[in-house]
Ligand binder design. Sequence first.
Ligand code: C5P
Length: 294
Amino acid sequence: MSAPALVLKTPAKINWVLEVLGKREDGFHELALVFQAISLWDELSFYRKDRGLELSIVSSPTPLEADDSNLVLKAARLFFQAAGLEAGTRIELKKNIPLAAGLGGGSSDAAATLWGLNRLYETRMPLEKLQTLASRLGSDVPFFLTGGTALGLGRGEVIEPWEGTVNFSLVLVKPEEGLATPKVYQSGKAVLTRGEKARELKSLLQTKDPRVVARGLFNGLEPAAFSLLPRVESLKNSLLEEGALGALVSGSGPTVFALVENDEAAQALARKMKPQAAHVFAVQTLSEGPRIIS
Ligand code: C5P
């Protein structure tokens, strides 16, 4: 088989803060949230072919269909349509990011597909154009075009990158079960706040001190995730009992992330948590988004 024309890896995210400001007329919720890219990666390989579009899932921690509902295929179709080009690509997807986890895996794959095809076909679409396409695929997708740390407003699709975040060490813990995002938003359990916590996190991050950052963690969807899956609350409590500086549900859950002092502490906490959850990862924060491997 021929070599891939482009291989990328693309990160997962957590949310340091997720504030729900209210419900909108279009059914979405108005948010103020702080996204953070982390070192847990999916990998996408792009192969040229004569015509058509094909997706193969090479591996995945949980079963995933390569059908029309897959965000990679939706992103590729949208790209070729916007670029006015005929599709001629096979994409191989190697998943490491658990699905329905609150880690943005599908959104990250979609953003990497837009970003990768724009490079492969040398279409030179500017970032704003890619962001517009990305926002049509999902609220979290625009963030992953740039990654790093960013404030998200609107549905989460309006991105203000925050430069200069240092490396923080985290442990991620996800139970076997997933949580469907719409169910979490529609549970009636979201706590409404005004957006100050998201904005205030910027100065906490600038201290570069994980103990200070831990004081700013907040997620208005956390009570909803706890009520839909009570095990999530016990995982959070375990992380805190085991010495995490802070712990919080990521996005709509059910993954809980714990902030710790350094990488050594992350490895030790991950080892302790392994018997309690299906997926446990020690990771670091990143200052980037999709990365070219070859
Ligand atoms: O934008 P995305 O497709 O990721 O959203 C999935 C679902 O999550 C939406 O259909 C909606 O139910 C919920 N959602 C929301 N408000 C947001 C983002 C998502 O209510 N800002």
